[in-house]
Write a new protein. Structure first.
Length: 212
């Protein structure tokens, strides 16, 4: 009988907490910790990790939905927009789709041609402007999207529903504040960064309305 050698595979090292301040900003170059206790920092680390967990779950859901529907990301976004238009009684024109997806007119035409060939959408004349087109989603495609991707996405409401009204206000304010903080509007990567928590002075590099 052949003697089985012991497993020599080394124990995996503990992975670093990549979303912690200690790992990403050990020398406080990016974030001023003044006034934050150890408990504050631990909670912030846990919050950042929870946001990363949410982003990961959203990405997995998005990837699964693309595989199931056999569509690309822009295609799925277009179908989502068409469902929203249909649900609210809004006429979806190619121009409105281009604006919603932030793509060019040429890209929109190619996208709609692709979806029409696959049997997901239909084109028809605008009821009041005979020169324009209105885009509608086919009932079978809407039903499939609502039954699968839509139903899973709607489960977010369950989590929101478990919060008290005052807790929702706190979460809303936090998410809006964070979105504002990381906005790239007017951002100049080459400019000298301001101190953490300190906006750029008007007229200095990095200020959207100033600059040379």
């Amino acid at each position: 009988m052949t003697r089985r050698e012991p497993d020599q595979t080394p124990e995996p090292e503990t992975l670093p907490a990549v979303y912690s301040l200690a790992a990403s900003d050990p020398d406080a170059e990016l974030v001023d910790r003044t006034g934050l206790t150890e408990r504050d920092l631990a909670q912030i680390d846990a919050l950042m990790a929870a946001l990363a967990h949410l982003r990961g779950a959203e990405q997995k859901l998005a990837d699964a939905s693309l595989r199931y529907m056999e569509l690309g990301e822009s295609d799925m976004r277009a179908l989502h927009f068409l469902i929203a238009c249909e649900s609210t009684g809004t006429l979806a024109t190619p121009g409105a789709i281009a604006q919603a997806l932030e793509i060019s007119t040429a890209s929109t035409t190619k996208l709609l041609d692709r979806l029409e060939r696959a049997g997901h959408i239909r084109r028809r004349r605008h009821p009041t402007d005979r020169r324009a087109l209105v885009i509608g989603i086919e009932p079978s495609t809407r039903a499939a999207a609502m039954r699968t991707v839509g139903a899973q996405q709607a489960r977010r409401v369950l989590a929101a529903g478990r919060l008290r009204p005052e807790e929702r206000d706190i979460v809303i304010g936090f998410l809006e504040d964070m979105a504002e903080e990381i906005s790239v509007d007017g951002l100049d990567w080459a400019a000298e960064p301001a101190e953490p928590g300190e906006p750029a002075e008007p007229g200095e590099p990095g200020d959207a309305d100033g600059g040379p």
